[in-house]
Ligand binder design. Sequence first.
Ligand code: SF4
Ligand code: SF4
Length: 239
Amino acid sequence: MQINKELCVDCGLCMNRCPVSAIRRVEKKVQIDFDECVECGVCLRSGVCPKGAIYQQELTYPRSVRSLMSDVLTIAPESGISGRGTEEMKTNEVTGRFPDGTIGIAVELGRPCYGARLCDAEKIAMAVAAQGVEFEPCNPVTTMMSDPKTGKFKEELLQEKVLSAIVEMTVPYERAEAILRTIYQTAETLDCFLSLDICSKADKAGNLPHREIVEKLGVWCSLNGKTNVGLGRPLYQAE
Ligand code: SF4
Ligand code: SF4
C-alpha cells in the first residue's frame, strides 16, 4: 500500500487502522513503512482517508504473497477460499482428511499487531519435515516451499512479511507427540507469536485421540473447543 504525498495532508487518521502499525509519522510526515506493510488492504478499505491519498500499487511476485496471506478478500487458488489456511483449519474437519490413526496439526505464525516473516514459517516447516510429516497440499503455504520434503521455502519469499501464515500437516498418531515437542522447541527460536491448532476425529466412545498427547505436554485441552496456545517470544518483557 502507498500514500500519495501530493494528496496527503498528514492528518494521521489512517494510522490506527493498520493492524501491524506500519503507518507511522516520521518528521511530521505520515508514511507507510513498505517493509512492515503486509498488504492487508484495511487502511484503504476503511475509507478513513479524507483526501483519497491511500492507494494500492500493483502487487507483483514475491510481494503479492503478502496480500494472499493477509487480505481476507484475496482468494488463494490452492484452497479456493480467502484466508490463510484451508477449511479444515481451527478444528473444522470438512473433507474427511483425518482418517483414524492420524492427527491434524496447524501452526499459525503471526497475529494482528505483530505479523510474521516467512523465514519463521520455514523454521517450523523444516523442523517438522525432518520428522517425515506431509504438508497439506491445498494450503497456500505449502506451495511457497521449494521442497515440501524438507520444508525449505523459496529463497525470494523468506523476508516477506504477512499477517499470519499457517503450516498445516497430517501426522500419524504415534509420531504426534515428538512432532509437537519439536514445534514447542522451535517456537523458542522465532521472532513472532505462534498458535497451535490440533484436530482429530473422536472415536466411537467420544474420546479425542489427541487429548492424551496434549495433556502429556502439560497443555489443558477443551473438548470440542478451539485450542489456541500462544507460544513464541513476546516483543516486550513485563516489568
Ligand atoms: S495495507 Fe494493511 S499493513 Fe499495509 S499500511 Fe495498510 S493497513 Fe497497514
Ligand atoms: S488519512 Fe489520508 S490524508 Fe490523513 S495521513 Fe492518512 S493518507 Fe494522509
